[in-house]
Ligand binder design. Sequence first.
Ligand code: SAM
Length: 288
Amino acid sequence: MISNPNPGDPLPPLREVIKACGLHAKKSLGQNFLLDLNITRKIARAVPGLAKAHVIEIGPGPGGLTRGLLLEGAARVTSLEKDHRCRPALEDIAEAYPGRFRFQIGDALSINENSFLEDNSHPVHIAANLPYNIATPLLVKWLGLEPWPPFWESLTVMLQKEVALRLVAEASTKAYGRLSVLAQWRSTPKILFHVPPEAFTPKPKVTSSVMQIIPRLPKPDGLLSGDISGFTKVLFGQRRKTLRNVLKPLGDQVAEVLKDQNIDPGLRPENLTIDEIVALANAFKKSS
Ligand code: SAM
């Protein structure tokens, strides 16, 4: 007798679901599906306080991670999927988990996930196997929310390893840049584990990583995300230039501000630590 590898799973194997829905993967939607519930359940278990959580999931597709979250005991899951072909698969999940799962068809880039929250009785956590083509804009959106801390208590997301490395990169390394600053300024990003291309259908070219981002309060510096976002756009716009040149568009006071902050104008943007970048953004804000 073959034992069921997912006891308690009331739904058919994902391969059958994909076939029944005619869900051939679309590259334009970043569709690389996870069909192994052992992996999706592992991601689900990484969500902090899952049993009390209302998980917002972006891009459920045929429902691999959705089912992982529900099997691992998420209090509630609300998923947002752009591809209407997934509707029957998601309807079956809703039927199998009454009162715990609902979904919407829509575009994660233009929706305010806050609107999914009917009540505040459960802490909100975001989980996703992100479509790679929009992973960075979604992260920038979630990391740029005001007020801070935001409505979500954690992000547990699968993305390209290369993007994950940028999020956790330290100053003076190749991967360090705008995304590292936007993330580390007021959250703690951490890589949990890597997932090889073979785990996905179809198989992508690159390795993926599951990472977790937990918001934290920044030092009280009077800066809003728009200030850091705007400043880092200028700062990392031309990485090969020195600070003296790259910051020129900010006005005549560049030399003076750098001197006041004790920062060598001959350094390159990637040599600045997060604290130095925040101090500079603040100084330029005050001087403008
Ligand atoms: N969660 C599934 C899994 O783990 O197998 C699918 C993950 S697949 C990498 C990304 C999913 O995001 C796809 O189902 C895709 O249709 C969906 N998607 C792509 N762009 C989207 C958007 N703008 N808004 C919402 N979902 C989107």
